[in-house]
Design a protein around this ligand. Structure first.
Ligand SMILES: *Cc1c(COP(=O)(O)O)cnc(C)c1O
Length: 356
């Protein structure tokens, strides 16, 4: 009996490996595996979600009008320059569906965000990964050189997940000057709120200079709403219109819309928490460097340990501790560790120092 067969590209998709979550029967793990913030939701966000739950028999606002308006106001753009989706991964999928298809190429850096090589073939396009430089940065000249007549989209991740460096303003401008305007450049700014380096490219300002540029951002990281699933793209109305057309109807739930709106109201409080993570960043990086780890500069809420072949064994040893210390290994490459509370970071440094 012959059963339905998926498209070959789908049968061959790499699997997304989520950060480890820990076992149910042991002490709560120290979860530093998914670049979440270590703090629970704000009471105001929980109460907005509870209130939204009272009306959960109704469909959400399909066009998330209020959220688009509030985001537009926040970013000083028009509401039709924003497209909201169920996490910025979903938004990236909408972008790829809108701008690529069979026979097209999508260029991105590698190692970078692991959703890229999954989403590109789902859209039917061909992935063109370009290796990072030796210091774990995007090789933007090589990426520009990888653009062919078939290239429809280039994805640039700043700061780069999982390695940490952000894209500098000057190198971004050089890159954009080399990329033809018919190619859509997507600047993935999932961690933009954690950035403090004044040389980092300012995506919003760059939108005015580059009509082929779109940004993606998320409520999952700095805003602490990874479980709610809300992200968005920003660009010119002309570029955003087809992205909106590809959005799965009603995909941002009423709970998620309420959570995002309440988080925008609580911006000051949330950014104080981001600051707490940013304050820990040099302290953790220095402590790990003292242990001998060559940690690249990082502008995100995570650090990269270039552990090579030791990546998986070290992650397993950390996970075997009580409580388990959960990190995200990349086989034969390295380990990404999310910056947690001072106590969690101390526990990580202690555990790594005991590994020897
Ligand atoms: C976490 C992350 C995202 C966004 O995830 P969502 O939860 O889907 O918004 C996007 N890009 C990068 C580079 C990330 O690390």
């Amino acid at each position: 009996m012959t059963l339905p067969v998926p498209r070959p590209a789908v049968a061959e998709l790499p699997a997304y490996v989520p950060g480890a979550r820990g076992a149910a029967d042991s002490l709560p793990p120290i979860k530093l595996s998914s670049n979440e913030v270590p703090f629970g939701p704000l009471p105001s966000v929980v109460s907005a979600m509870s209130a939204a739950a009272e009306g959960i028999n109704r469909y959400p606002d399909m066009f998330a009008v209020e959220l688009h308006e509030r985001l537009a106001e926040r970013l000083s753009v028009a509401p039709d320059q924003v497209s909201v989706g169920g996490g910025s991964v979903a938004v990236l999928q909408h972008l790829l569906q809108a701008y690529t298809g069979p026979g097209d190429e999508v260029v991105f850096a590698w190692r970078s965000f692991e959703a890229y090589p999954i989403l590109v073939p789902i859209a039917g396009a061909h992935a063109v990964p370009v290796p990072l430089t030796a210091d774990a940065r995007h090789d933007l000249d090589a990426m520009a050189a990888a653009v062919t007549d078939q290239t429809k989209v280039v994805i640039v991740c700043s700061p780069n997940n999982p390695t940490g460096p952000s894209i500098r303003h000057d190198e971004f401008e050089d890159f954009m000057a080399q990329v033809p305007r018919r190619v859509l450049v997507v600047l993935d700014e999932a961690y933009v709120e954690f950035g403090r380096d004044p040389e980092t490219v300012n995506g919003l300002a760059a939108l005015d200079r580059h009509p082929n540029l779109v940004l993606t951002r998320t409520f999952s990281k700095a805003y602490g709403l990874a479980g709610a699933r809300v992200g968005f793209a920003v660009g010119s109305a002309q570029l955003i219109r087809p992205v909106r057309a590809c959005v799965t109807p009603f995909s941002v739930s009423s709970l998620a819309q309420a959570a995002a709106l309440a988080s925008l109201d609580a911006d000051d409080e949330l950014m104080e928490r981001v600051e707490a993570v940013v304050t820990e960043r040099p302290r953790l990086r220095n402590a790990l460097r003292e242990l001998g780890w060559d940690i690249p500069v990082t502008e995100g809420n995570f650090v990269w340990l270039p552990a090579g072949e030791r990546a998986v064994p070290i992650a397993q040893a950390l996970a075997g501790r009580e409580p388990a210390l959960l990190v995200r290994p990349f086989v034969s490459e390295g380990i990404r560790v999310t910056i947690g509370t001072p106590e969690q970071n101390d526990a990580l440094v202690r555990a790594l120092s005991e590994l020897a």
